[in-house]
Design a protein around this ligand. Sequence first.
Ligand code: NAD
Length: 360
Amino acid sequence: MKKKITIIEGDGIGPEIACEAKKVLNKISKLYGHQFEYEYKLAGGIAIDTVGECLPQETIDSCLSTDSTLLAAVGGYKWDNLAGDKRPEKALLGIRKIMGLYSNIRPSKLYKSLAASSPLRADITAKGIDFVIVRELTGGVYFGEHSTVTVDGELVATDIMIYSESEIERITKVAIAIANKRNNKITIVDKANILDTSRLWRVVCEKVLSTHPEITVDYMYVDNCSMQLLVRPFSFDVILTENMFGDILSDEASMITGTIGTIGSASLGEGSRGMYEPIHGSAPDIAGQNIANPIGMICSVSMMLRYSFGMNIEADNIDRAVEMVLERGYRTNDMMSNGAKHVSCSQMGELIVAALVKIV
Ligand code: NAD
């Protein structure tokens, strides 16, 4: 297969982890005879510094014309004082909106060999953690109207949370497709005791799910879900939720697996084209030191091969290589524990590349 990939290295540790992801792609192309062509484009702080805007048209054109986009991370201290709509992170919302990427898929999987790094008790992690959060990505309060006005001499701010039936319907279908490939269980997370948008979610989800008797459904308030992730994470299969709740819960879901550094994500729309990125940020505190964990970025590559290119065997191969390297005890700083073998970002990437041998 021939595939064109837009690579956005972005800021902070972005270039370091993107470099390891490319090594993995190159090895996969060698093993399986694929041709991957890369278009490197700017976004985030580096784009602001270079061309004066966080999401240049050239980057948008590339994202819309290549087969998929890999994004490392954007943002950093240097741009923290810019106004909200000028900040590097605005590029992320822009790409999601322009590409119509309304679903975000974030797996939360505890590697057995990393169980000791989880902040959860051993009797909880022993039962395993393996679920997926399906987060709505282009609606809700992040995309509603925002305003700050003066009322009776004081500032009053408003953020509008908005959802339409069609937005809820299409993301529910994504969750069903994912649940069908797993254990057919969906937990819908909302705040239906307070919010109208949540009550609409329940009505629409119920309607869509009524034609899917194979799915077991339960509803959970977001505050309860944040607790259950800590005490019964093993009970979840697919969590379906709106934009902001998904944003918050997915960070919690990543930390219970031991580190934010090992998890990738997929953002998808109607076609096969998507954007793939690790769930962490640009980690400016450790940038340029070759100590970042590249696994979340490498797992994003695996998700891209699986969801956008239909290369399931190649994706399984990457997942297996990551697991193998972790089982052999290699750890970057963020995963380090007694007796483990400490490696740098590039060494971790090279170990994973070396563990990739052709499986069919
Ligand atoms: P962060 O995820 O960048 O960092 C949080 C902590 O986790 C830091 O201590 C960092 O060193 C560590 N960390 C993160 N990724 C790591 C990795 N791969 N290996 C080892 N350690 C890792 O979150 P933050 O500090 O809140 O944000 C930093 C910048 O990133 C901000 O400008 C923020 O807006 C931006 N950000 C970008 C994205 C994105 O590009 N998708 C997502 C979140 C935050």
